[in-house]
Design a protein around this ligand. Structure first.
Ligand SMILES: C[S@@+](CC[C@H](N)C(=O)[O-])C[C@H]1O[C@@H](n2cnc3c(N)ncnc32)[C@H](O)[C@@H]1O
Length: 288
């Protein structure tokens, strides 16, 4: 049994699930701007079977289910049971009958193929062994099946997270979180930023025709300044810096709040605070 993701899976099913649930109002709406643009390019046809990897709350899986229609099927896999239960609830509420969800580790688990397509929105950056995961996903695809992944580009191209990170790290002692800008060499949100390394990894996993398309858009980081500050203190690299600083982080909260107010205020608009974000749409084909 391959349990190299065990610690990460426990985190996704507990502390990270709680965090994502708390900021769902920002994350699902913000990220869906990237996935809606990706769906336009994927053009999933009626009748297709599509696997959504690291499906989280399942909103992409449900979107795909609507695109492929009743003769097709969208299947969401997530390693965290809490996310899968939440996704099943959403599917029931929306009365979508051709979406199905299951708990599993996409790196090494049985994925229930063959699928015509695989898709992931931010669901593939957290594997301990990414090449093994990519090979497992490829093997679940039909010949000529296409895998589309949305992943973050470099931190400095993502001010929606990076501005708060820079601000917090000026105040707190820096303890590096997992992940780097120059992946894939460690699980984390920025582990797939480097096209050369990622395309080599995908080819190593047996994929062909690997392409990268950049997609930029502003996303909402808070309904108001207080919401954005709470988000920054709890989520992403800035939230991780606060968490890693422990008691020192708690002690310096008033100073952090004052500094974040200054950093984030310029992003205010009448409809909330919005900051630039940037992703890669990575497409790769299982050779026929
Ligand atoms: C950043 S969240 C993205 C969730 C969702 N796709 C979205 O865009 O809102 C990453 C998701 O990947 C899942 N995940 C992480 N490692 C995984 C693994 N080894 N197998 C399956 N799912 C995994 C997490 O539980 C989490 O739901």
């Amino acid at each position: 049994m391959n349990d190299s993701n065990r610690g990460m899976i426990e985190a996704w099913n507990s502390v990270l699930f709680t965090k994502y649930s708390r900021f769902k109002h920002l994350l699902v709406d913000g990220l869906s701007q990237h996935s809606e643009a990706a769906f336009e390019r994927c053009g999933y046809p009626q009748g297709a079977r599509v696997l959504d990897i690291g499906c989280g709350f399942g909103d992409c899986t449900l979107g795909i289910a609507q695109r492929v229609g009743p003769s097709g099927e969208a299947v969401g896999i997530d390693c965290a049971e809490n996310f899968i239960r939440a996704a099943e609830t959403e599917a029931r509420k929306a009365s979508i009958g051709n979406a199905r969800f299951f708990v599993g580790d996409a790196q090494s688990g049985e994925l229930g193929g063959p699928y015509d397509y695989a898709f992931a929105r931010m669901g593939t950056m957290f594997f301990a062994k990414p090449e093994q995961a990519m090979a497992n996903i490829r093997q679940a695809l039909n010949p000529s099946g296409v895998f589309t992944q949305i992943v973050w580009r470099r931190r400095d191209e993502n001010p929606w997270l990076h501005e708060a990170e820079l601000c917090v790290k000026k105040i707190l002692p820096v303890m590096e979180p997992q992940g780097t800008n120059q992946g894939p060499n460690g699980p984390g949100p920025f582990s797939m930023t480097a096209p050369d390394a990622v395309s080599t990894m995908l080819q190593g996993a047996g994929f062909a025709r690997v392409t990268f398309e950049r997609h930029d858009c502003d996303i909402c980081i808070g309904r108001d300044l207080d919401d954005a500050i709470e988000f920054a203190l709890a989520f992403g690299p800035s939230g991780e810096a606060v968490r890693l600083a422990g008691a020192e982080g708690e002690k310096r909260k008033p100073q952090l709040v004052t500094a974040l107010k200054q950093t984030l205020a310029p992003f205010a608009r009448p409809d909330g605070l919005w900051a630039p974000s940037s992703t890669w749409f990575i497409s790769a084909t299982n050779p026929s």
